[in-house]
Design a protein around this ligand. Structure first.
Ligand SMILES: [Zn+2]
Ligand SMILES: [Zn+2]
Length: 160
């Protein structure tokens, strides 16, 4: 974990920013919750446990800065909440997500499944690709084992 903080510190330094204690507290929370996809408010509440004097605006600014420096990716799973996701070390592209429509769990796919698709898009549309977002919406393994089906999701929606 200390290494990761050092690397992020270097990324900040290269862009002429300092790793202030508030920024370090935010980065630490992101690292400790790497498997989660937290909103700015979630992150703020956790940062506050480490640095009680910190304000929400500071955490917001830090997250925006980290997003600009590609330390985190900002992502939205369609529920209107912006979430912050640490970029995997050395990853050129943003990892993919499997979002369960029943329990809301989010699984990550680190392999880049889009290399061929990107080549096609670049050739066909003469579009130079920097990055992509890929989110699959459906039913996770666990929910499927409990008998949740896509049809049962649909009938729930209608009866709501
Ligand atoms: Zn993720
Ligand atoms: Zn599920």
């Amino acid at each position: 974990m200390q290494d990761r903080i050092e690397k992020i510190k270097e990324q900040l330094h290269n862009a002429s920013y300092k790793l202030t204690p508030q920024r370090e507290a935010t980065v630490t929370v992101l690292l400790e919750n790497e498997a989660d996809h937290l909103s700015a408010e979630d992150i703020f509440l956790k940062v506050k446990e480490r640095a009680p004097e910190i304000g929400l605006a500071t955490v917001y600014r830090t997250l925006e800065l980290l997003a600009e420096l590609k330390v985190v990716d900002k992502i939205n799973f369609g529920d209107g909440v912006a979430r912050f996701d640490l970029r995997k070390e050395g990853a050129k592209h943003f990892h993919h997500h499997l979002v369960c429509m029943h329990c809301g769990s989010v699984e990550e796919i680190e392999d880049d499944l889009l290399e061929d698709v990107e080549k096609k898009v670049e050739n066909q549309f003469k579009f130079q690709i920097v990055d992509h977002r890929l989110t699959f919406h459906g039913i996770c393994k666990k929910c499927a084992a409990e008998g949740i089906t896509i049809d049962s999701l649909k009938s729930n929606k209608i009866s709501e």
